[in-house]
Design a protein around this ligand. Structure first.
Ligand code: NAD
Ligand code: DAU
Length: 357
């Protein structure tokens, strides 16, 4: 059976890397990128592969069950890699409804469409796969004082933000579809990604852009929160391996064993930007501006990805220093990509976009 795969959210940050990897690596597969193109979706992320014969873009809302179901029939879909989501914690604090709609109801709509389509086929679920991409944030927060404790696949869900609550809910629906209907599902929970094409509302691209324009860098609280950073191409590679070799109904944690306090990563980014722009190293450290903390700000995330390494042989390929260098270089060399998004004052853009949604 020829593989025909819907990748949702393929115009976003991680989704675009997954689409690019699959389109290039598997010319014999049909790859259908389903994306609503919210503020976070950008087809410029996929310029290099948009004309490939095995690729199709469909602008659709994952909550639109009828359209998704019809597309599955039309494309004889054999697999789903589900990334589409509202992904920014700060937005979820301001507008939780949008997160419940897309992340919970949208995931349910994808599941139900796949279920009805696959169950009606003679071979039913044989050779099919529904792979749901989730986050480490569903596990809650770890303590700085206990660096030996990491999130494992057995860690109890304990989400704190509306974003993580909505992702946790969607994860439960995915597992429920396996347990109730026998749908061949897989869930992965990944740590913070960084790299090219990330929307500049997230820490690293926002700060690179601000440093370039010598704008203040709003550090939440004391900057002591810890995140576990993974280069986005390593996440895409993990998704490829898990989609093909992962065991149905299993969960895999994905992370780089790469914990950083925000303030340390920010200083590293500043020094890298300064060096690459030919400014005296550290000249822009004074842009650091401590601001009111994010509400409910999780203190520490850290992923134990040994199961994935042990059972499927994946490991991160890039050292963090190299990944950050590549990332900063990419944003500096693709200022036009950033300018098209920020169109001047990013705060204003953000507010305008937000009101219009
Ligand atoms: P993103 O915000 O950059 O992209 C999300 C994409 O989904 C956009 O292209 C957007 O247009 C699309 N989308 C949103 N709502 C939609 C809808 N209703 N219908 C169809 N498309 C819709 O997100 P990202 O950072 O690339 O994250 C992708 C996935 O990975 C998400 O599920 C997120 O929870 C998960 N994740 C992200 C990270 C991270 O560090 N960014 C880490 C772990 C897991
Ligand atoms: O852990 C995985 C998650 O990582 C994903 O599920 C989310 O989709 C993704 O957005 C990301 O969530 P974070 O909240 O960790 O990422 P963000 O880039 O928003 O923030 C990283 C850290 O930096 C966090 O502790 C908050 C802080 N921060 C962020 C911004 C945007 C600041 O101090 N200032 C800022 O302006």
């Amino acid at each position: 059976m020829k593989k025909s795969i819907i990748i949702t959210g393929g115009a976003g940050f991680i989704g675009s890397h997954v689409v690019r990897l699959f389109v290039n690596k598997y010319p014999e597969y049909r790859i259908i990128n389903v994306d609503k193109l919210t503020y976070a979706g950008n087809l410029a992320n996929l310029k290099d592969i948009e004309d490939k014969p095995n690729y199709r873009f469909v602008r659709a809302d994952i909550c639109d069950f009828d359209t998704i179901y019809a597309l599955m029939q039309e494309e004889h879909v054999t697999g789903v890699i589900h990334l589409a989501a509202e992904s920014h914690v700060d937005r979820s604090i301001k507008d939780p409804f949008t997160f419940a709609r897309t992340n919970v109801m949208g995931t349910l709509s994808m599941l139900q469409a796949a279920k009805l389509y696959w169950e009606a086929l003679p071979e039913k679920y044989e050779g099919k796969r529904f792979y749901h991409i989730s986050t480490d944030e569903v596990y809650g927060a770890l303590e700085i004082e206990h660096p030996e404790i990491l999130f494992t696949e057995e860690t109890k869900y304990n989400p704190h933000s509306p974003y993580s609550a909505s992702k946790a809910s969607s994860d439960h629906f995915v597992r429920a579809f396996h347990d109730t209907y026998g749908m061949p599902t897989i869930v992965t929970n990944c740590s913070n990604n960084y790299g090219p094409y990330q929307f500049p509302e997230k820490l690293i691209p926002l700060f690179i852009n601000n440093i370039r324009h010598r704008k203040p860098l709003p550090v939440y609280g004391k900057g002591e929160n810890v995140r576990d950073w993974l280069f986005v191409e390593d996440h895409a590679r993990a998704i490829d391996i898990i989609f093909h070799k992962g065991v149905i109904a299993e969960t895999y944690n994905i992370g780089g064993f790469n914990e950083w306090r925000n303030i340390d990563i920010i200083k590293t980014v500043i020094k890298t930007v300064d060096r690459l722009l030919g400014r005296p190293e550290g000249a822009d450290l004074d842009l650091i501006t401590f601001v009111t903390d994010r509400a409910g700000h999780d203190m520490r995330y850290a992923i134990d990805s040994r199961k994935l390494q042990r059972e499927l042989g994946w490991e991160p390929s890039l050292q963090f220093e190299e990944g950050i260098e590549r990332t900063v270089r990419w944003y500096l060399e693709n200022q036009e990509w950033l300018d098209n998004i920020t169109s001047g004052d990013y705060e204003k853009y953000y507010d305008d976009m937000y009101k219009n949604r």
